[in-house]
Ligand binder design. Structure first.
Ligand code: NAP
Length: 247
């Protein structure tokens, strides 16, 4: 899928929610989806960053985006309900979710891991995905075909020392994807779920995890978009329950 060439209007008339859409891979995915015809719903915790993505999409004359400022670390049931109600009244249904927002947490061993930070990473990286899926599944069931994409990591498949809560959260994300994809087959066969491991990509998170690395040696977020397009669009209708590498 590294060289998948998406039709220019692959995502025309689709409404797609992207979490962590203000920066890094989420920003690139939101812009790429809009470029391919989608109406993107930009969810993130820093409104200024979301506004900058919104303005960029508008300037390019892609379909008008929507902004949802939401901190996934404190979001409660009513926030998710409100989000679902807003999407229902604006679009009537939802065709895709890219679960992309994540916290890196500490790079330290488990013996010393701050338990408060551990819970925060699990809330943002795992629990919020459950709550978003629960709130938004009814809207995805109304779509012709809908795609849920989770974001994994190399350390979500093989844990390595000092990756702490982040690695555990990515293992949990892989499990959530597998559970959901098999449960959806009977519950809602029009909705599929897969995961992407982006691989080393030039973003702020990568720079925090590897401060000594030269970022110019890494691909940019825009370079890994073929798989993000493939899994979101209808060319991947028969792909379900897979965890794929973007590089
Ligand atoms: N870059 C890599 O090499 C790499 C490798 C493997 C996996 N990944 C995964 O790829 C995804 C994107 O990572 P990235 O590298 O693009 O990281 P990034 O540049 O740090 O972006 C992460 C995004 O998540 C948002 N976010 C964090 N906490 C949030 C919260 N509490 N509520 C709402 N939004 C929140 C951030 O918002 P703010 O900008 O407002 O802080 C930001 O937009 C993550 O799931 C990451 O684990 C990345």
């Amino acid at each position: 899928m590294f060289d998948y060439k998406a039709p220019s209007q692959l995502l025309k008339d689709k409404a797609i929610l992207v979490t962590g859409a203000g920066d890094g891979i989420g920003r690139a995915a939101a812009i790429t989806y809009a470029k391919h015809g989608a109406t993107v719903i930009l969810l993130g915790r820093t409104t200024k960053k979301l506004e900058a993505v919104y303005d960029y999409i508008e300037k390019q004359q892609y379909p008008q985006a929507a902004i949802v400022p939401l901190n996934l670390d404190g979001a409660a049931g009513h926030d998710y309900l409100e989000l679902a109600n807003t999407i229902e009244s604006e679009f009537g249904h939802l065709d895709g979710i890219l679960h992309n927002a994540s916290l890196l947490g500490e790079r330290t061993n488990l013996a010393n891991y701050d338990p408060v930070l551990f819970e925060q990473v699990m809330r943002v990286n795992v629990t919020s995905q459950l709550l978003l899926n629960q709130a938004l599944l009814p809207l995805m069931q109304k779509a012709d075909n809908a795609s849920i994409i989770f974001t994994s990591s190399g350390v979500g498949r093989k844990a390595k020392a000092n990756w702490g809560a982040y690695a555990i959260s990515k293992f949990a994300t892989e499990a959530m994807m597998q559970l959901l994809s098999s449960e959806l087959q009977s519950l809602s066969p029009n909705v599929r779920a897969n995961a992407i491991n982006p691989g080393a990509t030039r973003t702020n998170m990568r720079a925090s995890a590897y401060p000594d690395e030269d970022p110019t040696t890494l691909p940019e977020a825009e370079d890994i978009m073929p798989l993000y397009l493939y899994l979101m669009g209808d060319d991947s209708l028969n792909v379900n329950g897979q965890s794929l590498d973007a590089q």
